[in-house]
Every structure is written in structure tokens, then in C-alpha cells.
Design a protein around this ligand. Sequence first.
Ligand SMILES: NC(=O)c1ccc[n+]([C@@H]2O[C@H](COP(=O)([O-])OP(=O)(O)OC[C@H]3O[C@@H](n4cnc5c(N)ncnc54)[C@H](OP(=O)(O)O)[C@@H]3O)[C@@H](O)[C@H]2O)c1
Length: 287
Amino acid sequence: MAMLDVKNTKLYISYGIVGCGNMSQAFFGRLFKDNKNKQRRVIMTYTPSNTRAHELADSIGGTSVKNLKYLNHTEVICLCFKPQQLKRFLTDAREIDFSGKTIVSILAGVDLKTLKEYFPNSPIIRLMPSMPVENGQGISLISHTDDVSKKVLDELELLSSKHSMVIKLEEKLFDKLTLVTSSGPAFVYYLFASFAKSLEEAGIRKDNSKEIIHKLFLGALSMIKNDKRDVEDLIADVCSFKGVTAAGIEELGRQNVSESILGAIDKGVERSRELQSEVRSDLPNLQ
Ligand SMILES: NC(=O)c1ccc[n+]([C@@H]2O[C@H](COP(=O)([O-])OP(=O)(O)OC[C@H]3O[C@@H](n4cnc5c(N)ncnc54)[C@H](OP(=O)(O)O)[C@@H]3O)[C@@H](O)[C@H]2O)c1
């Protein structure tokens, strides 16, 4: 991973945030948290209904705008709506001159090539944060076109690294990594819910079972983080010969749970590709 030249990174780039739903609030709400007190940069937010744009602007010291043309006053425009909403945005954004403005897209499945076709005079950054950024524990993936300026890239990386692990990667790995780092929290919640269910079936109250399983996950993660052994060795260590854990782990093997998880990730990657073709076939012709 390239080192960041913090000294030469000039801050206070202006941002336009288009789409202020769950991910946008989690990511930019955290990214620009300090801006509210310091009011040091221009941030404009936009959503068609204005409600959530107003909420986000209020929490980060920005300004919500009712017309996209005001985004002409910003240097970076962040696309934070659903991939299916790109077509409508392209129509609504006709009054924006995108030349030279950097586009930051968090749209799942929409690749740099597609974005470059529709924003030919803009450097493009593809960003994929994960929901735990909200608590300072996220992972943010970044791929970009070659024309992105060092100033914008360094600043985005610097700000993102305060609440997430930042991974800059070749775009060909983007969809696979997205499934693990960004969809991953949902898979982990799924496992969490299964453990909690087993306690609830035994009559333990939901709030208690949540607390117990939370401690279980924290304890296991602390071992993975602090113990030098591989995860396979940690599993073996809990499984005594013909013991109760061994019986459970053998059942997971018989049920092919590991393969199921790999299959779930592959299904998600397949869906990213489908989404990309759906979005492309929906976009206006560029003739
Ligand atoms: N959820 C995740 O964990 C996650 C992780 C990484 C990336 N993402 C990506 O984040 C993006 C947003 O997902 P989300 O879960 O935050 O969606 P969401 O909660 O449904 O929010 C969508 C936002 O887009 C706005 N919007 C709708 N149509 C628009 C248009 N034509 N122009 C401008 N803004 C428009 C909506 O405005 P209103 O408020 O007026 O309805 C809303 O604020 C998706 O592309 C997704 O792939 C999500």
C-alpha cells in the first residue's frame, strides 16, 4: 500500500454529496463529523426529497441544496444513491459542468469504465465503505482512474483512514472484496442471529442472548487478534478428542457450511455483474 504524504496534503476540498441515505449518512456523517464545529470546508448535500439532505448537512456543518446546479461550486461530487437511480441523476444533473470535478461513486456494481463514459472529463474514484464506519470500525475499498489528482486521493484516504481500514486495489478485485468487506457484516450478523436463536430456543431472553453472543464474538476475535496461531489451530484447540465441540464442528463440515459461505460470496459477485449490465442497459445512449 502506498504511503501517504500527509505534510503536502492540502485539506479543505469542497464536496457535493448526492444521495443521503443509510450509507451516505454513515460514511460522510463520520468523515466530516468535525466539520460542524470548525466549518472549514464547503459541503453541499442533495436528495430529491431534501429531507435526508437536510439531516446530513445539519450533522456535518454543510448546506442542503434543492437544485443540483449549486454543485457547480464544488470540486468533488459523490454519487451515493442506488445504482438504479443513476439514469435519473444523469437527467437531473444536466446543469452541472462536471469537467475537472472528481466523481466519487459508492454505487455497487458500477465500474470505472461505465462511469468514465458518462463523466468523460472527470477523474473517477470508486469507493466502497462498510457500515461499521459508523462506529469507526469500517473497511473502505478504493479504485480509481489514472487522472485522479494526488491531492483529492490523499485527502479522501486520510479522512477515511480515521474511521476505516483503507484498501487501495486494482478494480478487477473490487467486486470480490466488496462481498467480503462490505456485505460481510450482514453475513456475520447472520451467524450472530443463529447463535442467538439457539439461546432463545432454550428460553433465554432476547436482550440477554444478544449480550452473551456479543461477548462470545468479542472473545473469539480477541483470540484471533492476539494469538500467534492460525485460525485452524485455534479451532483444533477448542475441539478435544471425541468432545462436544468436535461433534459440532464435524456437523458443520458434514453440512458443508464453509462451502455455503463461499457460495454466498460467489452469488453476490454474480449479482454485482448482473447489476452492472442492468444499469448499463438502462443508461441513455451516448451517440
Ligand atoms: N448499505 C451498505 O452497506 C452499502 C455499502 C456500500 C455501498 N453502498 C451503496 O450505497 C448506495 C446507497 O445505498 P443506501 O443503502 O444508502 O440507499 P438509501 O438508504 O436508499 O439512500 C438512497 C439515497 O439516494 C437518494 N436518491 C434517490 N434518487 C436519487 C436521484 N435520482 N438523485 C439523487 N439522489 C437520489 C435518496 O433520496 P431521498 O432521501 O429523497 O429518498 C436517498 O437519500 C448504493 O449504491 C449502495 O450500493 C451501500
